[in-house]
Design a protein around this ligand. Structure first.
Ligand code: MTE
Length: 355
């Protein structure tokens, strides 16, 4: 039953760490597909940077024909692009690996989505021009700190291969859900890289450099790499595209529910195409039924799905959700185990007790 109006009941972020700030979206309690800023997950490697916006200029340099120092106002005047994009941290669901993997113990809420408006990175690179030899575009953030593994100070810096950098939907965003981008999410400008895990979407952009050779910074070549082996680096490859995935929002895991009809609902998403179908099992994977999936115009967003379950018998039930995308990928039974615990996308599961 709803509470009387004077008792406002609302969800909050789920805290994983405070310094740097890492908090997740209360994903089970999200009912729309444009998450308000206050409930958007926060993932930081360092303390928040100090910036003076009144004097903000963005340098674009390296393998360009004309190096630029472009003002905030000039960027805002360029033709804009709006994209509705899910941002998922590659560490989302890390806590679900068995055995556990060291690193931030994210539950299922290192994921959010909404509407981003900005200028295509491509537009800026068209103004500066890029040299023939250009291979990657390096984007540096204003935040920095010491990496104890390397005993050196680094800024949060990542590169994109040229083809992803000049994709018309890769933008330098300055608005989120029709509001100015909030400070914690990268004000005044952040990268939004649709279909890639969130690490690519660099916040608080300080500088853009076009390079002829691969960028080797630690957030590129040490972190955000899949290491299939515990003992050595054989087979290491970079984390890029979001894996097909789904999350059950309702009922809650380990809930006690009554017999009768229940709507099982959740979200499904993929960086490799549209979600074509979501299957639900209420008997731990013995039988599967198709869920109803909401239509989506954008393949960069999650879709919502629902399934009506008539819980006739009493007992303990494992409910599973399994999404498939248009590239033919389906969530696996077991996650791809890797040393740092990135890209978890095993079939989602919860348990309920029907009583
Ligand atoms: N950009 C900067 N400058 N510093 C960061 O620590 N974290 C990255 C990315 N961009 C990060 C960054 C990671 S790992 C993720 S998942 C997203 O930002 C999180 O964005 P959010 O905090 O807006 O949710």
């Amino acid at each position: 039953m709803a509470d009387p109006k004077h008792h406002v009941v609302k969800p909050y972020l789920v805290t994983r760490r405070l310094h740097p700030e890492n908090q997740e979206t209360p994903i089970q309690f999200i009912e729309n597909d444009r998450i308000q800023t206050s409930l958007f997950y926060r993932r930081n490697h360092f303390s928040y940077p100090n910036l003076t916006y009144s004097n903000y200029f963005l340098p674009i340099n390296g393998m360009v024909n004309t190096p630029l120092l472009i003002s905030l106002q000039s960027i805002l005047q360029l033709p804009s692009k709006t994209v509705e994009v899910v941002l998922e941290c590659s560490g989302n669901k890390r806590s679900l690996f068995e055995p556990k993997v060291f690193g931030e113990q994210w539950g299922k809420g290192a994921i959010s989505q909404g509407v981003w408006k900005g200028v295509p990175l491509r537009t800026l690179l068209e103004i500066s021009g890029i040299k023939e030899a250009a291979k990657e575009v390096v984007v540096e953030g204003y935040d920095f700190g010491k990496r104890t593994d390397l005993d050196k100070v680094f800024s949060y810096t990542r590169s994109l291969p040229l083809e992803k950098a000049i994709h018309p939907d890769t933008i330098i965003a300055y608005e989120y859900n029709k509001q100015p981008l909030s400070f914690k999410h990268g004000f005044p400008f952040r990268l939004i890289v649709p279909q890639w895990y969130g690490m690519a979407s660099v916040k608080w952009i300080k500088q853009i450099s076009v390079m002829a050779s691969p960028f080797n910074g630690p957030f590129q070549k040490i972190d955000y790499m899949y290491y299939p082996n515990l003992e050595n680096d054989d087979g290491a490859h970079p984390v890029t595209t979001i894996n097909v995935n789904s999350t059950i929002q309702k009922p809650l895991d380990m809930a006690k529910i009554n017999t009768g009809k229940h709507v099982i609902k959740g979200i499904a998403w993929s960086g490799k195409g549209n979600i074509t179908h979501v299957e639900i099992s209420t008997d731990n994977g013995h039988t599967w039924s198709k869920a109803q999936v909401s239509a989506s115009k954008s393949s960069y967003k999650w879709v919502s799905w629902s399934y009506e379950w008539n819980a006739v018998e009493k007992g303990i039930f494992s409910i599973l959700s399994k999404a498939t995308d248009s590239s033919g990928q389906t969530q696996p039974i077991k996650p791809y185990r890797n040393r740092n615990g990135y890209g978890y996308n095993a079939i989602d599961n919860i348990k309920v007790m029907v009583e």
